[in-house]
Design a protein around this ligand. Structure first.
Ligand SMILES: Nc1ncnc2c1ncn2[C@@H]1O[C@H](COP(=O)(O)OP(=O)(O)O)[C@@H](O)[C@H]1O
Ligand SMILES: [Mg+2]
Length: 412
């Protein structure tokens, strides 16, 4: 049986629950989330490793006494070398055949095993006595290696200070139009655990939800996560089940949200998150992983007051950089002259302020019937405004023809 840990208790294979005290030292974070399998029979080695693993953030680890049949869900295997030379060699060979990055762990490893390890390009060898100094450094090097080989999608979160501001409407529009403008793989995560509405708005029929992905995180390898999401061409959605948050059993699985987010990041080009329930403990990891945060506001005092409080919370209490925050004024109208774009910049003290016009007909047809890009494209004004946000904020290669349709959209 496997034992594993992500919080501060390790469930040992013999049924013991061993608490780890990681309170004294500050956690260090890996550059990318690593899912590590340790093949190790000795409990004392498992314990020594666990106490180091708990000091490392962005890491999920599992112990197994045997080599599992398949390990495509792991990013790295650490093999604790034991006395049986032959079995070590067979495991190293098997891991190499599966192209699994591997580290060896042990004291006084025989020259013969080291020769096999070098032959099969084992990434590094960690002497057991040095794990305290070496483990984090070596895992960081493995993480950097992984980052070199894979493209990592940035996460852009769309959040509101007040519900009803239009965060979901705008997330849907941004998702559909950006997927249409480029060939990149765009992922949408509906993180409104109460009223998740993106599937309906995008007219996508979801049968697999965020909570399902969190429930079976251990089984989801790179291919699985992509195939489970609801997809239309290059736009994929991980939908939210209505009232998911009321299920307290499920809430425990939100511990895996960061791990899931990394899986999605590593398999797409851009990730958009609908955080239209505002700040929420369960979905916080998504916000903290975001490279940009788009706050949707409306042109009224209450909305701006809520947005100001949200910005303060993000910057002062959560350590989010002001540069990553941008504002979208939704349902914008020039007629509201006393609260113009410049006033909003000043009040919120944020320079990047975009706007999306009010269009009741378009928005309600998206809400009621599912949007379809066709309708969005028909509405030249909103389409152009959304394109302008994409062009200025999204790190995607937009297909722009100098004299073609898109150049007109961007007014070039
Ligand atoms: N630009 C807009 N023009 C007109 N109605 C809009 C616009 N944006 C959103 N709405 C409408 O406002 C309501 C709330 O929008 P929604 O996206 O669900 O807000 P949130 O996700 O922030 O709670 C919806 O009925 C939606 O159709
Ligand atoms: Mg919403």
């Amino acid at each position: 049986m496997n034992s594993k840990g992500t919080n501060n208790v390790v469930d040992m294979p013999d049924g013991r629950h061993v608490p780890m005290d990681s309170s004294v030292k500050e956690k260090q974070s890996l550059p990318v989330h690593l899912n590590v399998l340790v093949i190790c029979k000795a409990y004392d080695v498992q314990l020594a490793l666990s106490s180091q693993f708990f000091l490392i953030h962005n890491l999920h680890f599992e112990f197994s006494e045997k080599t599992p049949k398949q390990f495509s869900q792991y990013d790295l295997v650490i093999l604790a070398v034991d006395k049986e030379k032959n079995s070590n060699k067979t495991v190293i060979e098997k891991l190499a055949n599966e192209k699994m990055p591997t580290l060896l762990l042990g004291n006084d490893i025989s020259a013969e095993v080291i020769r096999v390890a070098m032959h099969y390009h084992v990434q590094d060898i960690i002497p057991l006595k040095d794990i305290e100094q070496e483990l984090f450094k070596i895992l960081t090097a493995c993480g950097n290696e992984l980052l070199k080989q894979k493209k990592v999608a940035p996460i852009i979160s769309i959040i509101n200070g007040k519900s009803g501001s239009g965060a979901s409407f705008i997330t849907g529009c941004l998702g559909e139009i950006s997927a249409d403008l480029c060939q990149d793989e765009i992922a949408l995560i509906d993180a409104d655990l109460h009223y998740g509405s993106l599937a309906d708005a995008l007219n996508l029929e979801a049968s697999y939800f965020l909570t399902d992905a969190l429930n079976e995180i251990d089984k989801l390898d790179d291919l699985a996560i992509k195939s489970m999401m609801t997809k239309r061409k290059n736009l994929s959605l991980l939908a939210s089940k209505a009232y998911a948050q009321l299920d307290s059993e499920q809430n425990k699985n939100f511990d895996h949200l960061e791990q899931l987010a990394w899986k999605i990041k590593l398999n797409h080009d851009l990730v958009l998150v609908d955080l239209s329930r505002g700040l929420d403990m369960l979905t916080l990891p998504l916000l903290l992983l975001s490279s940009q945060i788009l706050i949707v506001v409306q042109q009224n005092i209450v909305s701006l007051r809520e947005a100001k409080a949200l910005i303060q919370q993000l910057i002062d209490n959560m350590g989010i950089s002001k540069n990553s925050i941008k504002i979208i004024v939704n349902r914008h109208s020039k007629k509201v002259a006393n609260i113009g774009i410049d006033d909003i910049k000043k009040v919120l003290n944020i320079n990047d302020v975009f706007y999306v016009s009010n269009n009741y007909q378009l928005a309600s047809s998206c809400t009621d019937l599912g949007s379809p890009l066709a309708k969005l494209s028909e509405n030249k004004v909103i389409h152009k405004e959304i394109c302008s946000i994409i062009e200025q904020v999204f790190p995607i290669d937009v297909v722009i023809e100098k004299t073609g349709f898109f150049s007109k959209l961007f007014g070039r």
